[in-house]
Design a protein around this ligand. Structure first.
Ligand code: MOS
Length: 708
């Protein structure tokens, strides 16, 4: 073990405990783990967006060397058709059950062979034909099939006299903002190895929550959850794309049972794009009315997103509108449009990220039209209590984030007029955005054993998807037990470790730390006098107050400086600064790393990321990292992320999650900076090459020619 981290405890910067393993390539990921007698499955996906499978001709496939067989809807066993996950029933989960195709990328067969190369080559020889039906990919908030989104997260807001306040406003912004379909792009492609033993399912699976996946798999296969054992010691990123029970594990488990062999299904990058979930496109109308001094009178945010008819989903874009600013009238609406797309799943600040882009752009437009400083406008409209519910905030250090960020960024020197700052032939601009991101805990359990050698075995069904969860939970356990971190033996990444939240919703660490802290408390009461190992288990379910008196959020202020080349429209982000209020910080080194990573994700979505589907076939054109560009090193500037002093009173240790707040806000800050540089408002992401100057191209060309 690395002695560097042995004194780590809450509040101290310590590197990841598994950092050395990872940088030396010796941390075992799912696809690295050998299983005796392993066979390999290769997924074949639908090439049409809607219709039925007419025929699957496997003659050539079965003749290929090493092939064990083909699993499809005619040969696969029946799965429970009524299984749900996060948002309710999910009819995309039972795979290879029928001939119906509702999206391109739907798994239609699994070719199983002795080696992955044989399986891949044989899969290429599988002839699948379809009877196609007209598909629908025409996303718009005015689509005839638009309907209210699920209210699983609670009702939308509606307070005050919206139309009256709008009519009485000195200025009204009424604009539509758009964000595209986006894909997670975790470094490790989805992979699972499954085998059956005595009617029990064992699987190594790259996911964000082994307990949740074990529940879904048990339900699908109709067995007790205790008979499903899912593990992953290391997971190479998720960004939400592994919050769901993935096709890889469902297909691997089906094949392992059918062929009575352990089967690994490892996706290629292309298969990850085609078959594992995405963030849906959004279209959002924002109306904001303000008086001449900039006080908001009316806020209306109507967001629509696409989903699959197979499964409910919520891209909860409307959170900022009901939390960030005070206004006498606030209405939010959320609409869903069922289309023939891959069922969406949570991605990098679901809802908050596209929602913040729309809402914080519109707020900037109010400042623009009133010729007010956008920072001043944001400070002017801060609520003292939740503007919709009237409840107090548990902690709200947003003003400190805005002021301290402005100070460090040098905001006071900013000329508020757009398109006045130039460096050589480049236009330069700065922008700001504020964010509130919902915080809290989900139920989890932990088990701690005080061993007789003075160590403590801590068991929690957490997953470290690269965030540093392992490292911070060791610190939390050490502090809660009042011992040094060298005495903690942490076990995670295993569905047998007990009920636990997944690494998602920015609530993994707070949920697991809560369980570990409560378990340590229970254990310490029983320790004195004992000479044998003592074990305590606590499930936090009854301890969670779902309707606390106070609203719980994390906050940030993001500042961006961009340059725009007026000849090409190329946007470069030159500086990013994020000030964050995220409760008490467990490990500043890892927290900063996570927030910087999140800000890079936000930059990437602001400037680059866009999934494109062929309207004729509905197939994803951008199913690789060449077509779907995620910000690379050359795109990423110097980024500063720092914290303001904060403590979350709803958490026993003062913690809040910070998994996703780095992402939300960055897009709006960049788009607002592009406006400041060019005088042209960006209402569609990504801003991409050329778009930053589109309406003004003619104006810019002569200048570019003379500069060259
Ligand atoms: Mo997250 S997008 O809740 O993994």
């Amino acid at each position: 073990m690395n002695p560097d981290w042995m004194t780590a405890a809450v509040g101290e910067s310590r590197p990841r405990v598994e950092g050395r393993l990872k940088v030396t390539g010796s941390a075992p990921y799912v696809a690295d783990l050998a299983v005796p007698g392993l066979a390999h499955g290769w997924m074949v996906t639908a090439t049409v967006s809607r219709g039925r499978i007419r025929d699957i001709d496997a003659t050539d496939t079965l003749a290929h060397p090493g092939v064990l067989g083909v699993l499809d809807h005619r040969t696969a066993r029946r799965l429970n058709p009524d299984v749900g996950q996060h948002f309710g029933p999910d009819r995309s989960l039972p795979m290879l059950q029928d001939d119906v195709i509702a999206y391109a990328g739907r798994p239609v067969a699994l070719v199983v062979a002795e080696t992955p190369e044989q399986a891949r080559a044989a899969a290429a020889r599988l002839r699948v034909t379809y009877d196609t039906e007209p598909h629908d990919l025409a996303f718009s908030m005015h689509h005839p099939a638009v309907r209210p989104a699920s209210t699983l997260f609670g009702p939308e807001a509606d307070i005050g006299d919206l139309e009256g306040e709008l009519a009485a406003s000195a200025v009204v912004v009424d604009e539509v903002y758009r964000t595209p379909e986006e894909h997670h792009g975790a470094m490790e492609p989805h992979v699972a190895t499954a085998w059956w033993e005595d009617g029990q399912l064992h699987a190594l699976d790259s996911n964000q929550g082994p307990f949740g996946v074990s529940q879904v798999m048990a339900a699908l296969f109709g067995i007790d959850r205790e008979r499903v054992h899912i593990r992953a010691e290391h997971v190479g990123g998720g960004f939400g794309g592994k919050t769901i029970c993935g096709a890889q594990i469902i297909l691997a488990a089906l094949a392992a049972e059918h062929f009575e062999r352990p089967v690994r299904v490892a996706f290629t990058r292309r298969q990850v794009f085609l078959a594992t979930g995405s963030r849906p496109p959004t279209e959002q109308r924002v109306r904001i009315g303000a008086d001449a001094e900039g006080r908001l009178r009316a806020v209306h945010h109507h967001a629509a997103f696409a989903l699959s008819p197979l499964a409910e989903y919520i891209e909860w874009c409307t959170e900022q509108a009901r939390t960030l600013y005070a206004a006498p009238a606030i209405r939010t609406e959320l609409s869903a449009v069922p289309l023939n797309i891959l069922p969406p799943c949570s991605m990098r600040g679901p809802g908050a990220t596209p929602g913040s882009f729309a809402f914080e752009s519109a707020v900037d437009e109010v400042a623009e039209r009133l010729q007010l400083d956008p920072l001043h406008l944001r400070l002017l409209n801060q609520p003292s209590v939740s503007p919709v519910s009237g409840r107090p905030f548990s902690t709200r250090r947003l003003v400190t984030c805005l002021r301290e960020g402005a100070r460090r960024f040098g905001w006071a020197q900013r000329d508020p007029r757009p398109r006045v700052r130039r460096e050589g032939n480049l236009l330069v601009g700065t922008g700001v955005a504020a964010v509130a991101f919902i915080a809290g805990v989900f139920p989890s359990s932990a088990t701690i054993t005080a061993e007789t050698d003075g160590t403590f075995s801590v068991r929690v069904g957490a997953t470290d998807i690269g965030t540093g969860a392992r490292t911070v939970l060791i610190a939390v356990a050490a502090d809660a037990l009042g011992v040094g971190t060298e005495r903690i033996r942490l076990h995670l990444g295993d569905s047998d470790l007990g009920m636990a939240a997944g690494a998602g919703g920015s609530r993994g660490t707070t949920s697991w730390a809560f369980a570990v802290t409560e378990t340590a408390k229970a254990l310490r009461e029983r320790l004195p006098g004992s000479t044998t190992p003592v074990t305590a288990t606590v499930d936090t379910t009854p301890l969670i107050n779902w309707q606390p008196d106070e609203e719980r959020y994390t906050y940030s202020a993001v500042f961006a400086e961009v340059t725009v080349d007026p000849a090409t429209g190329e946007v470069r982000v030159r500086r990013l600064l994020g000030m964050f209020a995220v409760g008490r910080v467990i490990n500043p080194l890892l927290a900063r790393s996570q927030l910087i990573g999140g800000m890079i994700g936000g930059l990437s979505m602001a400037l680059h990321e866009e999934a494109v589907r062929d309207p004729i076939t509905g197939r994803l054109v951008t199913a690789d990292f060449a077509g779907y560009h995620i910000a690379a090193h050359a795109d990423v500037p110097d980024i500063e992320a720092d914290f303001v002093a904060d403590y979350e009173p709803q958490d026993p240790s003062g913690f809040n999650g910070l998994g996703e707040i780095g992402t939300a806000g960055t897009g709006a800050a960049i788009a607002n900076a592009v406006w400041h540089a060019t005088g042209i408002r960006q209402r569609t992401l990504p801003i991409g090459l050329g778009r930053a100057i589109e309406p003004a191209a003619a104006r810019d060309r002569p200048e570019a020619v003379s500069a060259a």
